[in-house]
Design a protein around this ligand. Sequence first.
Ligand code: SF4
Ligand code: SF4
Length: 340
Amino acid sequence: MIADKIHTGTILEIQRMSTEDGPGLRTTVFFKGCGLRCSWCHNPESLEKKPELQWIESRCIGCRTCLESCPRGALTFSESGIVINRDTCDGCGMCAGECPSTALEVLGKVWSVDKLVDEVIRDAPYFGASGGVTASGGEAALQAPVVAEFFRELNRRGIHTALDTSGHCPWKSLEMILPYADLVLYDIKEIDPLKHRKFTGAGNELILENLTRVAEYIREHVLPREMWIRTPIIPGATDRADNITGIGLWIAGNLDGVATRWELCAFNNLCRDKYRRLGKEWIFGGSRLMSRQTLDELTAAAKSSGVDQDIVFCTGTAGIQDAAVGAGQSRRDKKRTPPC
Ligand code: SF4
Ligand code: SF4
């Protein structure tokens, strides 16, 4: 149960008309903060819970006004532009307020649940019978009291709710949210615990244990009604047949009748600019999109792994050399971003 008090959450972004985060047209709320550090992360601006400053090079006119406006002396000007000292910057946004060309932006804002509900129910007319609201991140479950209260209010208004989670969080956080979630989107990125630790900074033991408990919870309760599993297909990391087969075996053995969809989400490199703006390196910056052949082979491995073949879907964009839309794959699927 959640206590009846006003909660506030740190939100990175509210994305409307999303087709990537559950069924139908959705409004997705991205919560800031995550306990994993996936080397391929597509939302680097959501990793830290605190608000973060970003510099947008293409908008900067080089006036240097921001240097004077920072009370903490966190900004310097170099040959390659504005440099943000992340140890000193607290995300106060004073520099962004003074910048004449909106080249500085603070990512992350504190919202009360009431205001968040008011904001998203404006979109209710386009949800239709199948759409709704998804809480994503970062890791939304790390702000569990906020998400639970948010979902409870949406439930009261008859709006479909989906929790998008990595599962890397305390069980009690998930337990707080599940009574108000219609759908759980749960990532299994890598079945080998050592490789999982190498790729994400943490083993997968807690994630699989929590997933088993979520499945039990779904079997015993009215809500959530179902679960979708998502696996990011990352070149040189998770894109191995043994990984997909191992995940499929695990799903077949533990989630039978509960997991109604398993998505293999193809890598894309659309987030390169995000890293640049935050002044961070991204080791996948030069990686190409997956080939259609690789995606087809991994889909075949998933379908022969022991799960119900009908729940397996491959989503995302294949490389330009063979970018034809695969059989049974919609244009909508081609825009999907892999889970972080
Ligand atoms: S104030 Fe804005 S435009 Fe001027 S140097 Fe700083 S970031 Fe660039
Ligand atoms: S956000 Fe605040 S602390 Fe950070 S650089 Fe701008 S003015 Fe300085």
